[in-house]
Design a binder for this molecule. Structure first.
Ligand SMILES: [Zn+2]
Length: 328
């Protein structure tokens, strides 16, 4: 099996990772798979819609990937993948994944082998060399960093936590279900802030101790200069990517074709010329109390990432050369 590069997008939800994932997946030789962590535990079980608009079971790409990797997505295969994820790649496993010098557990070894087969099958079926996985969970990514034949790089997509908390507090339709739409999870601002901090600290720990090459991409910088920011991020990750490989951006719009990404944000299903915007609604519509609470709960990292502490206006986009530094 030839070595396959996986660019794993880590961080908290509602940080713009779906758009980042799809833009990278549109690059020549790259493919995006959405949030692979949800394939076995939810997408395949409920036959959710793939990013191509077909139910998972009717998507030719995922059908071919399942056949190649496991002889098909049987219930036994899905149960086994789900069990392995629970046994070896939950958040509580992260300290062990980072600190242990012992041989990996049988569950972790089996998980790595299984996902290496999925990544390899995706690369073969789509004719790609780089697979972009937007699963986001730090522990899941760190667990897969040791998968055989896989060269995994960590890209931490981060966004101003007030914009993230504002997004988590809004009502968002989730169009993935084949039986109609449903609502995405909503969480209050203080909990979103606490989770943002927790996940970012985990990503910082992975960058320092995880062994995989890492970079950070601020969503605000991606929106301002999608192509330049991704080329810089890929260079930091050590993955070849030139401007000519990426889709064109004109007038703040990027042209994206449908992909076969799974789960994630409703932006998964939009295609054509998509407007790139920061969505700074939080600066005018979020209560000043919520803004202050989120800033207080995220304060040390807020400064580290170049976001203003006072929330009177939108976060300015700072010099990307300082923000896109390698975390390793
Ligand atoms: Zn599909």
């Amino acid at each position: 099996m030839s070595r396959i590069t996986v660019v794993y997008l880590g961080g908290f939800g509602r940080s713009g990772s779906t758009l980042v994932e799809r833009t990278l997946g549109a690059a020549r030789g790259w493919v995006n798979v959405g949030e692979l962590v949800d394939l076995a535990r939810s997408v395949a079980r409920t036959d959710e819609l793939c990013g191509c608009g077909r139910p998972f079971s009717a998507c030719p790409v995922w059908t071919a990937v399942g056949e190649l990797a496991f002889g098909g997505w049987t219930v036994d295969v899905l149960d086994r993948l789900t069990c392995l994820q629970r046994a070896a790649a939950r958040q509580r496993h992260l300290p062990g994944l980072l600190g242990s010098r012992r041989a990996p557990s049988a569950a972790l070894t089996d998980l790595r082998v299984a996902y290496a087969r999925i990544y390899a099958a995706v690369a073969e079926v789509t004719g790609s060399e780089v697979v972009v996985d937007a699963s986001k969970g730090p522990a899941f990514g760190q667990a897969l960093a040791g998968a055989p034949g896989i060269d995994l790089r960590m890209l931490n997509v981060v966004r101003d936590p007030r914009a993230v908390a504002w997004s988590w507090n809004r009502r968002v339709e989730r169009p993935h279900a084949t039986t109609g739409t449903e609502q995405m999870w909503r969480i209050p601002a203080h909990r979103a802030a606490a989770q943002w901090s927790s996940l970012q600290l985990e990503m910082e720990a992975i960058a320092r101790l995880g062994g995989a090459r890492s970079a950070r991409l601020r969503y605000e910088d991606f929106v301002l200069d999608p192509i330049g920011s991704l080329v810089t991020a890929a260079a930091t990750l050590g993955v070849p990517l030139s401007r000519a490989d990426l889709p064109s951006v004109e007038g703040g719009r990027i042209v994206l074709l449908p992909s076969h990404g799974l789960a994630g944000n409703p932006a998964r299903f939009s295609s054509g010329a998509l407007e790139l915007r920061r969505d700074d609604g939080w600066t005018t519509q979020m209560s000043s109390r919520d803004r202050a609470v989120v800033a207080a709960l995220t304060l040390p990292l807020l400064r580290t990432y170049g976001y203003p502490v006072t929330s009177g206006g939108a976060a300015p986009v700072s010099d990307r050369r300082t923000d896109m530094r390698s975390l390793t």
